[in-house]
Ligand binder design. Structure first.
Ligand code: COA
Length: 183
């Protein structure tokens, strides 16, 4: 998907926890999205192939729904948003519905910061687990999720088309204080 980011030529690293993420090169500030962010969020969808994009309506409903936690990342002093995450909470399950970082801003820690915020939101909502679905060949996303501690629990063969599987990942959420450096 998209051009190769020169920062990531090394193999995937799946063995270190979210807490060890270096401070990002871009210090994004995060906040909850408002309806005024709709245009900017929809513009982020242009990074996806057309058939994989979420529509404006889909994002509109995401921003309106009571059980969605949508956060955007901004760079202080700059206009526009760098990325977005939306998490849906139903009962004890938090579904990570979407996370996107603007292509030119990838590799600077923004995705990790957004994911950290989404996990915090899920913990605030007292969810027990976070689930998500990702294409098997989405290397960047798999690396991001593995760093956060997600593990594969299911695979749906050809879900996105012939030869493109969906992988279901799960993260068990904290039941105790978040100072869990030993995990
Ligand atoms: C997946 C995505 C959100 C990651 O955002 P990002 O801001 O580039 O990620 P970060 O810079 O925070 O990287 C976090 C970690 O993920 C890993 N990672 C991210 N992109 C990677 C890549 N292309 N190759 C290898 N590892 C990668 C790295 O281990 C990185 O840790 P490091 O800083 O120690 O190197 C971004 O690539 C994106 O928006 N992709 C398109 C949308 C998408 O596919 N979303 C997921 C499915 S809906």
């Amino acid at each position: 998907m998209g051009a190769q980011n020169p920062r990531f030529s090394e193999p995937l690293r799946e063995d270190f926890p979210l807490e060890s993420v270096e401070r990002p090169f871009v210090r994004a500030s995060l906040r909850f999205a408002t309806p005024d962010d709709l245009d900017a969020i929809v513009a982020l969808e242009e990074a996806f192939p057309v058939r994989e994009r979420w529509s404006r309506d889909a994002w509109f409903h995401e921003l309106e729904a009571d059980n969605r936690w949508v956060q955007v990342a901004e760079c202080p002093g700059a206009s526009g948003i760098l990325g977005v995450i939306t998490v849906q909470i139903i009962g004890g399950v938090a579904d990570l519905n979407r996370i996107i970082v603007a292509p030119e801003m990838r590799g600077h820690g923004v995705g990790a910061e957004l994911l950290r915020a989404g996990i915090e939101d899920a913990n605030s909502a007292e969810a027990d687990e976070m689930l998500l679905e990702v294409r098997h060949d989405n290397r960047a996303a798999h690396a991001l999720y593995a760093r956060a501690g997600f593990t594969e629990i299911a695979r749906r063969t050809d879900y996105y088309g012939t030869g493109v599987d969906a992988v279901v990942l799960r993260l068990e959420l904290a039941e105790e204080d978040d100072d869990d450096e030993n995990q």
